[in-house]
Design a protein around this ligand. Structure first.
Ligand SMILES: Nc1nc2c(ncn2[C@@H]2O[C@H](COP(=O)(O)OP(=O)(O)OP(=O)(O)O)[C@@H](O)[C@H]2O)c(=O)[nH]1
Ligand SMILES: [Mg+2]
Length: 386
């Protein structure tokens, strides 16, 4: 049973016997000073150094997560928490739980999620590796701002507070360290009210090797963001490639019609083949991107994306098939004309124009086939969500 006013401090823990007792103590002291009912939950999934015993002795409730990982532990801890207000922070004493009052106050002021910003607080010397401080976190924070309009300056801060209601709405699933990013991305997509407040970072007191692996974990954070923005990963580059390819094709055809020989032999018909490939590649990526967008929408996110709105207004399977068949027909006609002109049954074309026509006809045919299959794929996804 969730009690809206109760505060649950949830601490993910893997082999933190050295610092965990102090963290639980600080959290309990903070609850006392706030004069609030609360509990401290330690979410463990396999400590072998006696952390569990330390947690219980310090007065925390221990929950065990079946799956390994920072995210898995926090999800289990949040699910089992009795409080309507959830506060999270690491078990290595790098965040001081006696500083949770501003987080709780912000939640009570009406925010759904409150995130600490260590760059606006005090970072104790040696508490954050320079690579994280000057590259990893700032870059990831800016990317999150760009992709999800979050305005959060420290997306990796481990000290946060959220309401149980917000936790339920976000449907968090990620088991690893990139859980921190998942929470921000989904909070933004769910349009939660997010606040950021200064937060201090202290040197940790862990007696273990870091769980966080800078490069692999950094990549997992980035990968998570990219997976949630198929428009930037597929559609924008796809459309750019397709537009460049089409422009190149058009320029060469126009050159060959109006002033054959111009730029030759620097720009030859080989370039035309490259432009054809560029266009088809771009079209293929765009088609995949639209499917990815609809798939992501079917998971109940991104309802206001422009591409989704565009598809909902204009796309039907029949329209896609008609467009595809028209392109296939145009391509086939072009090839037929070539054949006839080759046999001398029709006014013959110059060698240059014959080549251009062949390339354009094949492009049209291939693009038409792609359109037919992409339309089937898209409507398959639509079937799922309607
Ligand atoms: N239960 C559980 N907790 C974990 C796991 N991985 C990390 N944690 C906890 O999550 C918190 C953060 O982990 P850290 O390794 O300190 O990661 P970090 O603070 O981002 O990185 P550092 O700069 O290396 O300290 C700590 O309280 C860990 O005990 C895990 O697999 N299971
Ligand atoms: Mg740490």
């Amino acid at each position: 049973m969730t009690d809206k006013c109760l505060i649950s401090v949830v601490i993910p823990c893997l082999n933190e016997a050295r610092s965990l007792g102090l963290c639980v103590e600080r959290a309990r002291r903070a609850l006392k000073e706030l004069g609030r009912e609360g509990e401290v939950v330690v979410a463990d999934n396999g400590s072998t150094d006696g952390s569990e015993r330390v947690a219980q002795q310090a007065g925390a409730r221990v929950v065990r997560a079946a799956a390994r990982g920072y995210g898995a532990a926090l999800i289990e801890g949040f699910q089992s928490a009795h409080g309507g207000i959830l506060v999270m922070g690491d078990a290595d004493d790098s965040y001081h739980f006696d500083e949770i009052a501003p987080f709780v106050n912000k939640i009570e002021a009406g925010y759904d999620l409150v995130i600490g910003n260590r760059f606006r607080g005090r970072i104790e010397a040696g508490a954050m590796p320079p690579l994280h401080r000057y590259l990893g976190t700032p870059v990831l924070s800016r990317l999150a701002g760009f992709f999800f309009k979050t305005r959060i300056g420290d997306v990796n801060c481990g000290m946060r507070a959220l309401t149980k209601e917000a936790f339920n709405r976000m449907q968090l699933k990620v088991e690893g360290m990139e859980f921190a990013t998942e929470m921000i991305v989904k909070a933004a997509l769910c349009k939660l009210k997010i606040a950021e407040i200064p937060c201090n970072l202290y040197r940790d007191r862990r007696g273990r090797k870091p769980h966080l692996n800078t490069w692999p974990d950094g990549w997992r954070h980035l990968r998570f963001m990219l997976l949630f923005r198929p428009d930037w990963v597929f559609i924008v580059p796809g459309l750019c490639l397709a537009a460049a390819g089409l422009a190149g094709l058009a320029a060469l055809v126009l050159r060959d019609v109006f002033s054959p020989g111009l730029w030759l032999p620097v720009v030859t018909q080989n370039h035309m083949l490259s432009f054809m490939l560029l266009f088809l590649l771009g079209a293929q990526i765009t088609g995949l991107g639209l499917a990815a967008e609809v798939f992501s929408f079917s998971r109940h996110f991104d309802a206001e994306k422009k591409s989704i709105i565009f598809l909902q207004r204009h796309f039907t399977l029949e329209r896609g098939l008609l467009g595809g068949l028209a392109l296939i027909g145009a391509g086939a006609l072009g090839l037929l004309y070539l054949l006839v002109s080759y046999l001398g049954l029709w006014p013959s074309l110059s060698l240059l124009l014959r080549f251009d026509l062949a390339v354009c006809a094949i492009t049209s045919l291939t693009f038409g086939v792609q359109l037919v299959y992409s339309s089937f794929l898209l409507s398959l996804f639509y079937l799922k969500i309607k």
